[in-house]
Design a binder for this molecule. Sequence first.
Ligand SMILES: [Fe+2]
Length: 177
Amino acid sequence: MEIHDSVKAKKTGSVQFPNSWWGRSHRDLNYIHEPFNNPDDVAMWNQLGYTQTRFTGDMYDMRQPEPEWIAPFRELLSMKHFSWSVYRMRPGDVLPNHRDTYSKFREIYNVADPETIRRYVIFLEDWQSGHYLEMNCQVIPPWRAGQGVFWHNDVLHLAANVGKTPRYTLQLTGVME
Ligand SMILES: [Fe+2]
């Protein structure tokens, strides 16, 4: 596994896992859709002219049983308060530029300094046409399964699926001290 931290105070970087040991297991989870957790952002997007009735994708997270293929990530990344969420964006799902608030994470683990929070987005399948991610207003080029990016705290990002197939990622959150 390689981790590349950028020079910019290690606020963003990329990661590459040696293989994709999860295969297709992520496809069969019981995904649940919940509204995006920041109503101020949704109000702004509506004002900008977005006509979606739903933003963001579907999640399978820690409220449900942990799939066995998650454990190796926990060991390889050694983050404090390791938290996971498998994320599916269906064709047509969009999530415009926003900053994560980690409100639940910070509440549960009582994190005083949000700058210590690291969020990974790991791509579970090879890139397919229409699958999109920007971090810090930079396009992430087409990816392979097992590659990923990370950012700290409030780095801007957006994701969308304007393709024909579901877009699957694993979101990992933890604290780097
Ligand atoms: Fe986000």
